[in-house]
Design a protein around this ligand. Structure first.
Ligand SMILES: [Mg+2]
Length: 208
């Protein structure tokens, strides 16, 4: 069962750090990692057309070979911008969870950030929108000592993914699908570069 949660912002505290025994989670971005960015994903059917079969297989491999929580962290400003409704977003995320399950994998949680440019960040909070780390901090609160962000991984195709993962204290992996790190939005250096999600999963498995 995949939980799906919206995160606009959160306080950057109130979660366990450096938990005994270390508890990695694998965070990953969606667009450009699980699905191609050739077209917009504004409906479940758009998602089906864009999903990359090799990426679904990679999630299945990670699911079967580890018990690490697998957590999606995805910016979805299209909600605030009116490109699709919150209900359509929910349907898209549910379709994704279903397709991953059908491929033999699991996504434990999906965190999405609907913030558009007009979002006003409350004082003392961290933005959910990457390159800020609000979605990671919210996950760490929700999972408690089951997650140690410092022992976790973040996989993404944009520098904003790498920047957010860095702020969360995670090991960062840039994949060369989607934007392949050529978005130019952040000055962030990944800890590792992989050809695609499959390569990223292989690297994580080789580290454990
Ligand atoms: Mg992306």
């Amino acid at each position: 069962m995949t939980t799906i949660s919206s995160v606009r912002s959160t306080r950057p505290d109130g979660f366990a750090v450096n938990t005994p025994g270390k508890q990695p989670a694998v965070f990953m971005d969606r667009d450009g990692v699980l699905n191609s960015t050739d077209g917009f994903v504004n409906s479940p059917d758009d998602l089906d057309k864009a999903l990359m079969p090799e990426a679904l297989k990679a999630v299945a491999r990670l699911s079967q070979q580890t018990d690490f929580p697998i957590i999606l962290v995805t910016n979805q400003a299209g909600i605030d911008l009116g490109k699709f409704t919150p209900e359509q977003n929910q349907a898209i995320q549910e379709r994704l969870a279903q397709r991953i399950e059908e491929a033999g994998g699991r996504i434990d949680s999906i965190y999405f950030c609907p913030n558009g440019k007009k979002f006003v960040l409350p004082e003392g909070e961290t933005d959910g929108r990457k390159p800020d780390a609000g979605m990671f901090f919210q996950a760490a609160k929700d999972y408690g000592p089951r997650i140690d962000l410092a022992d976790s991984y973040m996989i993404g195709d944009m520098t904003t993914d790498i920047g957010a993962g860095e702020k969360a204290g995670a090991t960062t992996i840039l994949v060369q699908t989607g934007f392949a790190g050529k978005d130019g939005k952040c000055d962030a250096k990944p800890d590792h570069v992989a050809a695609d999600l499959s390569g990223a999963v292989d690297w994580i498995l080789s580290q454990r």
